[in-house]
Design a protein around this ligand. Structure first.
Ligand code: CP3
Length: 346
């Protein structure tokens, strides 16, 4: 433990700090040989249920990269799986649901989460990582936003069109909002328990919200997401809100109430700021695919992101989405170094 305030927490709060903080979505995972060695076969949900393994996987990228935050090794479907909805994560595919959500009767399969009883392993992992890292490198807890989790429950598997989800949302708005509301409650219970266990910030992943029009988002998604942010507002930890392909939704996402908005690589940070305002922090937004290019290209792109931020104190450097499995870890190490060496805040 030290007295120094974390640069990551300061940036989230637009407070002065000495370097641009950086972490990577999916920093723990398949791009790391030490992850593959520890992870073994089987469902990721089994690895998550072993706190010693999950804590070690959470710590691996912190040690290797020197990032300013640790992201908990878990998954957005953990709470729904833990209450017995019948979800698994198929290697190479993603979440799959044996009996997808179809009718009002399926609401009964979504009972409230009692985090200490249902997901004690998550809380043990958070506590172990927080204990190991102290105050310098906060642990980011997370949950899936109602829309993104609902998309898996309704589609039954990853989807390109979200056709069934949109059909439910617009065809039976009452049932949809009841579903979204229950998922908001699950997210709130999970996030609160992670913060109580030691998480220093939380991120809400609405990864697939970019599939929606602003009108669909505003009417059918914003209310439940706003509920999630309000439900953790009293905890005094920064709340990050992220989605992919959300350039057209950024203004509405801001209304959901987070402290930090995640931006993917399609929207320059300066454009994002013109949409959400200057009085909120941004996180992003190097294109993860570019990490596979030769180093001089990567370095130029890192510098371009920093330049586009223009020294604004509310910038958490990240990728625009998760690390691709084929990324060379040495490149991410150099990205962290470069951001720390050259990132300036005013
Ligand atoms: O460093 C980290 O970010 C690790 C923690 C983490 C995982 N999943 C581990 C994981 C986080 C924050 C998530 C969130 C998550 N899970 C999201 C939102 C983030 C995003 O990428 O937009 C989503 C949509 C999911 C659902 C999910 N889980 C998908 C689409 C997949 C990929 C399927 C595959 O195998 O390609 C998963 C599996 C998963 N979650 C892996 C990891 C490291 C890879 C599979 C494994 O190692 O078994």
């Amino acid at each position: 433990m030290t007295e120094r305030t974390s640069a990551f927490l300061a940036a989230c709060r637009l407070e002065p700090h000495d370097r641009v903080p950086v972490w990577f979505m999916r920093q723990a995972g398949r791009s790391l040989p030490e992850y593959r060695a520890l992870r073994g076969e089987g469902s990721i949900l089994d690895a998550i249920r072993q706190p010693k393994v999950a804590a070690e996987i959470t710590l691996q990228p912190v040690r290797r990269y020197g990032v300013d935050a640790a992201i908990l090794y878990s998954d957005i479907v953990v709470p729904v799986a833990a209450i017995g909805f019948g979800v698994d994560v198929a290697p190479g595919t993603g979440p799959v649901v044996a009996q997808p959500f179809r009718t009002k009767a399926d609401l009964d399969r979504l009972r409230p989460l009692d985090a200490e009883r249902d997901t004690p392993y998550v809380l043990e992992t958070v506590a172990a990582v927080a204990e190991e890292l102290g105050d310098d490198v906060p642990v980011i807890g997370f949950a899936g936003a109602p829309f993104t989790v609902a998309s898996y429950l309704v589609e039954g598997k990853p989807s390109r069109t979200y056709a069934k989800t949109k059909a439910l949302m617009q065809g039976d708005p009452g049932l949809w909002s009841a579903l979204a509301d229950r998922l908001a409650d699950l997210a709130i219970a999970s996030l609160r328990s992670q913060v109580e266990a030691g998480a220093g910030a939380v991120q809400v992943f609405d990864s697939w919200a970019g599939a929606l029009s602003p009108a669909q988002y505003e009417r059918h998604v914003l209310p439940a997401s706003r509920k999630v942010f309000e439900g953790v507002a009293d905890l005094d930890v920064p709340r990050i809100h992220f989605g992919v392909n959300t350039g057209e939704l950024l203004r509405l996402m801001r209304e959901a109430g987070a402290d930090v908005i995640g931006v993917d690589w399609r929207t320059p940070l300066s454009v994002a700021r013109s949409r959400v305002g200057n009085d909120i922090a941004l996180q992003g937004n190097l294109d993860p695919a570019l990490c596979l290019a030769p180093w001089p290209v990567v370095a130029d792109e890192v510098r371009a992101v920093l330049a586009d931020n223009g020294g604004h104190p509310g910038h958490v450097f990240n990728l625009g989405h998760g690390v691709l499995p084929e990324t060379d870890p040495a490149v991410l190490e150099r990205v962290v170094q470069l951001v720390h060496d050259e990132g300036k805040t005013t």
